[in-house]
Design a protein. Sequence first.
Length: 152
Amino acid sequence: MPKSRLSAVLSLCLVFFSGAVLGAFAYRLYSISPVQSGRDASGPSKRLSPEDWRKKYVSDFANAVKLDSQQIIALNSVLDRTREEFDALNQKVKPERDAVDDKWRPDREAIHQHQVESINGLLRPDQRPLYETFRTERERQRKLHDQQRKKQ
C-alpha cells in the first residue's frame, strides 16, 4: 500500500474514532440524571400534597423512633387532633391573617407544643431521646429550607 493511501486510511479512522468518542461524551452529558435535592428535572421543587406529606412524616417518624403499631395509631390521632386545632385557628384568623401574620404566632406555637407533649406522652422512655433527635433534625431542615426560600 502506498504511503499516501495508508495516511488517508489512518486519517479517516482517526476522524471516525474521534467522532465516536465525542458522541459518547455528549450523549453521557445529555442523558445524565439531575442531582436530587428535593427538585425534579422540571425545575422548581415539587410540593407534596398534605396526605403524601403526612404519610412521609409518619413513616420517617416511625422509623426514626421505632414506633410499634399501637403508637402509630396514637400518633395519627394526635396529628388529626392537631390538624383540627390548626384548621379552627385558621378559620378564626382568616380575615386578619393577611394583615398581621405574627399576631397568631403564639397560638400556633401553643398548638405545636401541645402536639409535642401529646407525642411525648405516647412514647416509651427509650424512644424520647430518638424523638428529640428527630425533632432537632426536622427543625434544622426547616430553617435551611426557609433560608433558601428567602434567597430566591
